[in-house]
Design a protein around this ligand. Sequence first.
Ligand SMILES: Cc1cc2nc3c(=O)[nH]c(=O)nc-3n(C[C@H](O)[C@H](O)[C@H](O)COP(=O)(O)O)c2cc1C
Length: 225
Amino acid sequence: MVELSLAEGIATTRSIRRYTDQAVTESQLATMMFLASRAPSGSNRQPFRFVVLRDGPSAVKARGLLADGASELWSQKSARGDFTATTKSSPTARMIASMEHYVDSFASVPVIVLPCLVRYREASPSEGASVYPAVQKLLLAARSLGLGGAMTMFHQPREIEIRQALNIPDNVAIAATVTLGHPEGQHGPVRRRPLSELVYEDRWQGSAEWAVDPSGTRFTGGPQG
Ligand SMILES: Cc1cc2nc3c(=O)[nH]c(=O)nc-3n(C[C@H](O)[C@H](O)[C@H](O)COP(=O)(O)O)c2cc1C
């Protein structure tokens, strides 16, 4: 376990896309699944399920399909020019390099988890609210063990084939594709916009004078830079 406060864990759990070769143990997996499954859900129905992909025959097939999907999504983003680095050492340039490595090595990341949602009624815009808290708890749980992860949507381009490979029934939605492993880099403070841009009081865009970032907070406005 990593000794850090809950607040520190929340403030420093960033997406980790580079992993060492060190294996994630079953004991670590069990702890992460336990902590992720402590997530809230509507009426505590617990519709979340986690399909863990390691090296079983179906997992290997699904990993190949996920890697294809990752590559396709990243190529589309690159072709659209979604990310443009102004300098070689800019945060965006580092992010692009990290993404390229991530996509190229996707099939062999230590562990992939597909958080899924068992639907009990028609699909609705709010149904994700009963599965994404579990995804965030999974990432925080990984952090608590000294591991790291990233949430992606890399299943989407090959979803039909992935569902077939893993025997996922029609009433189950794949909510995300999460990779987990021992970080090659470091966790550290995540960057967001200043609170003054994110928090309103009393009305839309009403200024909340008290919503001040802790001193030393560094910011980012998004992907360009
Ligand atoms: C809905 C959603 C979809 C995401 N999809 C992807 C993805 O397809 N690929 C990826 O590498 N990261 C993905 N991410 C991770 C974000 O890029 C990341 O959280 C964001 O850039 C902030 O970086 P940080 O987590 O390091 O603070 C996704 C995150 C969310 C919440």
